[in-house]
Design a protein around this ligand. Structure first.
Ligand SMILES: [Zn+2]
Length: 99
């Protein structure tokens, strides 16, 4: 199933978000251009991509080593999810973000 008019599948994109961020796409299924084009037009894939990218930025700042410990990664990921849920709930409740 596709979110927009192109024939790129959301599941295909999400399965490759990590490889996309790591610049490790093997090129067999989707190219960088195809994924970028899909993220441009698909909110749900873009939010997943943004979340993963945000985690990596936090980890890059807080940890000099290339691979952060899984525990730290999960902790950061959970905190970002929490913030996002709060923001989403605020928008849903009032119709406007309460900041
Ligand atoms: Zn999508």
């Amino acid at each position: 199933m596709s979110c927009n008019d192109d024939d790129v599948d959301c599941a295909e994109v999400l399965a490759r978000v990590y490889a996309f961020l790591d610049h490790e796409l093997d090129g067999r299924a989707l190219t960088y251009d195809e994924i970028e084009a899909h993220l441009d037009g698909c909110g749900s894939c873009l939010s997943k991509y943004d979340l993963e990218r945000a985690v990596r930025q936090v980890l890059a700042r807080s940890c000099a080593c290339e691979h952060a410990p899984d525990a730290l990664r999960m902790k950061v990921l959970a905190q970002i999810r929490e913030v996002r849920i709060q923001v989403t709930e605020d928008i849903t409740d009032s119709g406007l973000p309460r900041i």
